[in-house]
Design a protein around this ligand. Structure first.
Ligand code: G4P
Ligand code: MG
Length: 177
């Protein structure tokens, strides 16, 4: 049985505030965020309330690729900063996504951005699932998670069709579904 958890916008707001505090205490002044769309858009905007730095965006898609009978996870660029805006070259950037799950997307994005001549790169996620990760965070990249959780399926409020029903489920805690 898969364990599922529901978070409200208020829960996310508080967890994002927690990320902001960690980023501010890190001693690195980040100049801009790069949100990984779609999941990273809303947390990046919420983080801007605290960090007050501009948001740039890249978008990826994640799919299962079947070649020669083998199934492999693949990440594809949908939209990219290509070329990187001059105002970002040599700057400190904070990559933002909603969840650190397998790290497949994250590793792909970070390995691409490393080539772009930034000074320091940090990565911030709302939730980090405590599990064996497929991808690796390259060395030298600072890591900030708002909340470390078990390997549950997270239902985010921005995916809710009925936000009142979503909030009621959030109030009942982790459920099996
Ligand atoms: P990671 O590198 O950040 O760990 O992400 P990974 O490639 O493992 O994630 C693949 C997709 O699965 C991502 O969506 C991610 O948001 C989504 N995902 C993983 N765990 C959960 C979860 O518990 N709840 C929800 N709602 N989504 C989860 P994506 O392909 O980037 O799509 P998008 O929604 O960001 O556009
Ligand atoms: Mg995503």
């Amino acid at each position: 049985m898969v364990q599922k958890v529901w978070y409200t916008y208020d829960d996310i707001h508080k967890t994002v505030k927690n990320i902001a505090a960690k980023v501010q205490n890190s001693g690195v002044q980040y100049d801009a965020m790069i949100a990984i769309g779609g999941g990273g858009f809303i947390p990046a905007r919420m983080l801007r309330c605290f960090l007050d730095i501009p948001i740039y965006a890249v978008t990826t898609a994640y799919y299962l690729n079947e070649t020669e009978g083998k199934t492999a996870d693949k990440v594809q660029k949908i939209q990219w900063l290509d070329p990187i805006p001059e105002t970002l070259i040599g700057k400190n950037i904070l990559v933002v996504d909603e969840v650190d799950d397998s790290r497949t997307t994250m590793e792909f994005v970070l390995n691409e951005l490393i080539k772009d001549g930034f000074n320091q790169i940090g990565v911030a996620v709302i939730h980090n699932k405590l599990k064996d990760k497929v991808g690796k965070i390259p060395e030298g990249i600072a890591y900030f998670s708002g909340l470390d959780i078990q390997d549950w399926w997270i239902n985010y409020p921005w995916d809710a069709v009925d936000i009142d029903a979503h909030n009621r489920r959030a109030a009942s805690g982790v459920q099996e579904a």
